[in-house]
Design a protein around this ligand. Sequence first.
Ligand code: K7E
Ligand code: CUA
Ligand code: CA
Length: 646
Amino acid sequence: MTKVNEPSETEVVTVPGRRKFLNTAALAGLAGAGMSLGVTACKSESQSGAAKPAAGADAAPDYSKYEVHPGQLDEYYAFSSGGHSGEVRVYVLPSGRLLKRIPVFNIDCLTGWGITNESKQIMGTNPDGTLKYWTGDTHHVHPSYTDGTYDGRYLFVNDKIHGRIARVRLDTMECDQITELPNVQGFHGIFPDKRDPVDASINSSTRVFCGSEFHIPQPNDGRDLDDPKRYFCLLTCVDVKTMEPRWQCKVDGNMDLIATSYDGKLVCSNQYNSEGGAIFAEMMSVERDACVFLNVARIEAAIAAGKSFTIGDSKVPVVDGTRAANTDATTALTCYVPVPKNPHGVNISPDGKYYACSGKLSPTATLIAHEKVLHWFEGHIKDPRDAVVAEPEIGLGPLHSAFDNRGYCYTTLFLDSQIVKWNIEAAIKAFQGDKAAQVVVDRIDVHYQPGHGFTSMGETKEADGKFFISDNKFSKDRFLPVGPLHPENSQLIDISGEKMKLIHDTSVWSEPHDSIVVRRDIIKTRQIYSMDDFPNAVKSPKDCRVERNGKKVTVYLTSQAPAFGMTEFKVKRGDEVTLILTNHDKVEDLTHGFAIPKHNINFIVNPQETKSVTFKVDKPGVYWCYCTHFCHALHLEMRSRMLVEA
Ligand code: K7E
Ligand code: CUA
Ligand code: CA
């Protein structure tokens, strides 16, 4: 693989012409040894001296300008996926402080997620009460919208492994629903609608669109095992309120990322495997893949008219969105816009006009006009490719794009380890033949190999053009070493001026794929629960007791600093114990924990919250149940005894 030169001032404005499409040999290298070589080369280069200065900076920025001093609060929340940790993370900007990890698809013994009965019910259990899945892979978090901007109600996140969608309440920043999508594997891209296209009175997200990346036999019951040509993928529309799938659409190819239009009319997904290949060489065999657009109103009309089928045990109606079934544009449910080979990432500009689809294996971004796709659906333009209005060469390995409010797009270049800033209108002019159009206006080095990049409020019509985050896949020499696994590097870039300025490195634990930067005034959290939210609450310390029903025992318990409602409780060997704990403290942040040695019980109860656990007691003896969460000067004394009789 050719080594990429340090960008010079001339390269800032002219993309080297030699960077054409990567040839097949280079592509093979990219997917295997070549990519790791590229990474290694980068490392030795950076080890030979100090960390590279930011190419786009004229002088070192005044970092103090961005400092958040002790006692000050940050300007933005960033909600970040946690990758194969299965969680969602909340950090804040510009400081980069990590405030919270929200367990979603994973087990977390601080909060008791996956341990308490309530969380297990959300995660899903087998008939015997054990968790159905306790692994997850979160890639994309997106909050709910009202009229094109965040409404602070929910956020949605995917689980790529098991094909599940989770909803997180933003007032408590806790997961409250998880749904497994039928007939889906590799659920990757996710995006809520930005306004409801059918019922204008609701005027907010009522749907979340979920793309599946892995094509499978349908249903996946043992048929067509080794016949990948018969496998296919489904895009699923999930209802925000019920979290049930409303419908699914069969598409050609594999879906990667999802973007939704601001008018609620279209959903699109970039596809890197239109070949339907099962190995990577097959997935790179054609020169062009596609960005598929779904016409939401037409699909919902087709469903209403009963033009649907079902797959296997699923009752969810499915429509046929394949090319073969949608040759007449004026009735088509889908439109496949050809884009250069193996694109990654698709994002819509805050003015709602353009989708930027990144080239990945092509050094280009493809700009698709929303209006032109609508024109295709009306039969006004014949070739879907005519919806492409620009295809600027921007650098090697473009993955994801983000926007400011001044007409610029910022694309991550994985192979170049850079962010490139380019002008949308100039790119359109250049595509029309204007040789003087200045498309690329700035580049900045990031450290190293960026994946997603995102701007403050950039996925909304309120994009403010202040900050860009580059979530880099490799940090190498940027932090003190912590063993073989390095943290990732989330870099904060000031994009408010002409030149991008790198202003902060934040280490992040593997592995954020995507984040969303939300203005702090949008998020309104509650600090205390209401006891009435919990039907099983133990409403008074006087209600503390042990109730027996055969071998099933229920322990009713309260907590109030620095004591539990019972100093001891008795059960018998062989019992199945359900313990319900209500925290009676009303003071903000006065959380208690509850742990039982040798029984895998560990969870917290926040002020006025109730949680329960169910477990077997098999060994007679004394078990000190203790508070795990520092709550009071007498926190260590906050204990109770579980006495298990022989
Ligand atoms: Cu990592 Cu959005 Cu899953 Cu690109 S995806 S980097
Ligand atoms: Cu209660 Cu610590
Ligand atoms: Ca391909």
